[in-house]
Ligand binder design. Structure first.
Ligand SMILES: [Fe+2]
Length: 217
C-alpha cells in the first residue's frame, strides 16, 4: 500500500462541486516555507498526558450507537512506522449531530458523547480509539446534500508544518458517491480513506473493529 502513495493524493484546493472551496481556495502564488523535511521529525513529542482515546467510555458513560474501535499504524512515505504522532479525532454522534453550537442539524444531542479524542502513536506507530459509529448529517453544499458517515483526523509530529488533516469513511455508504469532499480526492486513492473491517483485532466484546493506516506527508 505504501508504494502507491505519492504527492498527488491530496484533493485540489479548488474543487468546483465542493462549493466553499470556490471562496477559500488560494488565489495567490504559494511561497516556500524555510524548513527542511528532516527537521519536521527531528524532535520527539513527549507530552504523554495527551491521551484521551476513549471518547466518553470513561466514568461509565455510554454514548448511544454502535460501539467501534478504530486502530492502525502511522507510517512515513518509505513505510517506516512513526512513533509519537499526536492524533486527534472528532466526529458527529450517532444521530449525525456535533457537540457544537453552530451545528444546526435538527437531531438529538447525546449528553454522553463529546465527539473528540486524542492519543499518541506508540513506539511501533500504533494508535487506537474507542468510539461509536457516527451518523450522516445534512449540509448546505447543494440540494439534499448529506455527508457520509465519517471521522475527522488531525495528525501532528513535532511542529505545525507536519500537520495532516484527513477524514475516514466506512464501506458501503450510499452517500459516498454523492459527496464532493470524498470525491475531490483523486479516484485511485479514495479507497485508502475507507476503514477496513479488522477481523484480527475483533476480540473486544461489544465492539466492531476497524483498521485505518495513515501515511504522513
Ligand atoms: Fe464532519
Amino acid at each position: 500500500m505504501i508504494k502507491q502513495i505519492n504527492n498527488n493524493t491530496n484533493p485540489p484546493h479548488l474543487f468546483k462541486q465542493y462549493i466553499s472551496t470556490q471562496d477559500r481556495a488560494p488565489r495567490k502564488k504559494f511561497f516556500q516555507l524555510n524548513y527542511k523535511f528532516k527537521d519536521i521529525f527531528k524532535n520527539k513529542s513527549t507530552d504523554k498526558n495527551c491521551n484521551n482515546n476513549l471518547l466518553n467510555y470513561k466514568k461509565n458513560k455510554f454514548p448511544i450507537g454502535q460501539k467501534i474501535i478504530i486502530s492502525g499504524k502511522i507510517f512515513d512515505k518509505s513505510g517506516k512506522p512513526l512513533p509519537n504522532i499526536f492524533i486527534e479525532i472528532w466526529q458527529a454522534n450517532a444521530s449525525g449531530k456535533y457537540r457544537d453550537v453552530k451545528d444546526t442539524h435538527n437531531a438529538s444531542i447525546d449528553k454522553s458523547f463529546l465527539g473528540y479524542g486524542n492519543t499518541i502513536s506508540n513506539s511501533k506507530g500504533f494508535y487506537k480509539f474507542f468510539t461509536i459509529m457516527p451518523g450522516a448529517y445534512p449540509w448546505k453544499n447543494h440540494k439534499n446534500a448529506w455527508r457520509p458517515k465519517h471521522i475527522h483526523f488531525s495528525l501532528l509530529s513535532t511542529n505545525f508544518y507536519s500537520r495532516l488533516c484527513t477524514q475516514m469513511y466506512f464501506s458501503n455508504d450510499l452517500l459516498l458517491k454523492h459527496d464532493p469532499i470524498f470525491n475531490s480526492v483523486p479516484y485511485k486513492y479514495r479507497k485508502l480513506l475507507i476503514a477496513q473491517f479488522d477481523s484480527n483485532y475483533n476480540s473486544v466484546p461489544d465492539f466492531i473493529s476497524y483498521n485505518f493506516n495513515i501515511v504522513m506527508p
